[in-house]
Design a protein around this ligand. Structure first.
Ligand code: PNS
Length: 165
């Protein structure tokens, strides 16, 4: 018993990340702290047209997560649970900012549990400074030329400015 090696806990943190914000980064930091390995998984199939293509979203995420040795960035197609299974993950990590996120997240977590009951969804709260932050709003503000400091990493800020200049 005592000599048995504890199983490595792999978590998948899925999302659109269009683009990654400081709120996502805050959650990645928290996830990297408690899971052995954290896979930040970018979905390829977005219902809306993304501002950044998958390659750009991947490059930004790789730049901003470079310092975490147990964090990997990847892209997935199709069902999240198929991807998580293929990556031997036992946890899906999602962030909840406010009560308004809860209903959608609950529905998604329950549906995912129906598809694959062996994989647990774990919710974490980002720092309160990021509780109002969303990629959608960041894009809207950047498009209108008024992006304040501190919402997205510098590398992302530069790409947003380049998109809208
Ligand atoms: O950052 P987002 O846009 O809220 O992320 C949503 C995401 C990518 C996690 C979700 O849409 C997803 O898991 N898509 C993959 C397709 C899938 O498995 N759908 C069923 C989920 S119930």
């Amino acid at each position: 018993m005592g000599s048995e090696k504890a199983k490595e806990v792999v978590a998948v943190y899925p999302g659109s990340f269009d683009p990654v914000t400081n709120g996502h980064l805050d959650l990645i930091a928290r996830g990297a702290e408690i899971f052995d390995r954290l896979i930040v998984a970018i979905t390829r199939n977005l219902e809306k047209d993304p501002l950044f293509d998958v390659k750009e979203r991947m490059e930004m995420l790789e730049t901003v997560t470079f310092d975490w040795k147990n964090v990997e960035v990847d892209v997935f197609d199709g069902l999240l649970m198929d991807y998580a299974r293929a990556r031997s993950a036992s946890v899906i990590l999602r962030g909840i900012r406010a009560v308004s996120d809860y209903e959608y997240e609950l529905q998604m977590a329950m549906m995912n549990r129906k598809i694959e009951p062996r994989i647990e969804t774990v919710f974490m709260l980002p720092g309160e400074a990021y509780s109002y932050l969303s990629s959608r709003m960041v894009k809207e503000i950047a498009r209108l030329g008024g992006l304040p400091k501190g919402l997205v990493p510098t590398a992302v800020e530069e790409r947003l400015r380049a998109k809208f200049s």
